[in-house]
Design a protein around this ligand. Structure first.
Ligand SMILES: C[S@@+](CC[C@H](N)C(=O)[O-])C[C@H]1O[C@@H](n2cnc3c(N)ncnc32)[C@H](O)[C@@H]1O
Length: 249
């Protein structure tokens, strides 16, 4: 569990190179949501499960005062190094998102790139409760999650990326337990060194599948205003690849 965020933390940005290149569009959408949905002006943001800081640093570049929190020091070490290189002032904290104890400190809380799927039925309720407490009145919680309840391809999907002079060959597949709404995300990353030596790391993560309706109902227990949007637009169409939860305190 979590090998992607420990053993592979230094490779995370290379594995998700294409997503890194698109993060500007994600933050454009998030800023639109800050403007249109939040009921206060957004200046201070808490980015939960911030990982290597791909969205966190983009928010900081745009002038927000950002705090990033993640469970894994290995991911935070990468995030801190990137922030220092760019001269960005972001506070990165190690911790569990469900155990945060902030009281009305943030105008917005974000949780990007399916991280909400790490939280099972009971943890997600603790998460909503802690996030609500951390938000100032009128503040907004934004989290995106994929439309994996539709079945789709279980894989394997194979692709490659470069990290410096190392080649990564990545094989992804998944095993779904529909009755329990659990998704076992499996990934084999083969790191091929320039001298031909190969190091292989196996990733095996258990994720929780949520439908948009479930997220809306669960979040509705904690937040008076809950909206589910489609991918990077403030409307929901019948077929979406990704959903965005927007919950206002
Ligand atoms: C798919 S990555 C997303 C990282 C980042 N948000 C991004 O957009 O690139 C999921 C992240 O969730 C973090 N994570 C998992 N469970 C967590 C928890 N209980 N509390 C805080 N972070 C957690 C992992 O360490 C990992 O960095």
């Amino acid at each position: 569990m979590h090998e992607l965020y420990t053993l592979l933390a230094e490779y995370y940005d290379a594995i998700y190179r294409r997503r890194t290149e698109r993060v500007g569009a994600e933050i454009d959408f998030v800023e639109e949501t800050f403007r249109e949905d939040a009921e206060r002006s957004v200046r201070r943001v808490l980015d939960l499960a911030c990982g290597t800081g791909i969205p966190t640093l983009e928010l900081a570049r745009r002038g927000y005062e950002v705090v990033g929190l993640d469970l894994h020091e290995e991911m935070l070490a990468v995030a801190r190094r990137k922030a220092k290189k760019e001269g960005l002032n972001v506070e990165f904290i190690q911790g569990d998102a469900i155990e945060i104890t902030f009281e009305e400190e943030f105008d917005a809380v974000t949780m990007f790139f399916s991280s909400i799927m790490y939280f099972d039925d009971s943890a997600i309720q603790q998460l909503f409760n802690s996030v609500k407490r951390a938000l100032r009145p009128g503040g907004v919680f934004i989290a995106d999650f994929p439309a994996w309840h539709y079945g789709g391809r279980d894989g394997p999907i194979v692709w490659d990326e470069m990290k410096g002079d190392e080649r990564l060959v990545i094989t992804d597949w998944r095993e779904v337990e529909p009755a329990f709404q659990k998704l076992h995300f499996k990934r084999l990353v083969q790191i091929i060194k320039p001298d031909g030596n190969v190091k292989a790391v196996f990733v095996d993560d258990e994720l929780n599948i949520y439908t948009p309706r479930e997220i809306r109902l669960l979040a509705g227990e904690y937040f008076p205003k809950v909206r589910i949007y489609g991918n990077l637009r403030r409307e929901l169409r019948p077929k979406e690849s990704r959903y965005w939860l927007v919950a206002v305190k």
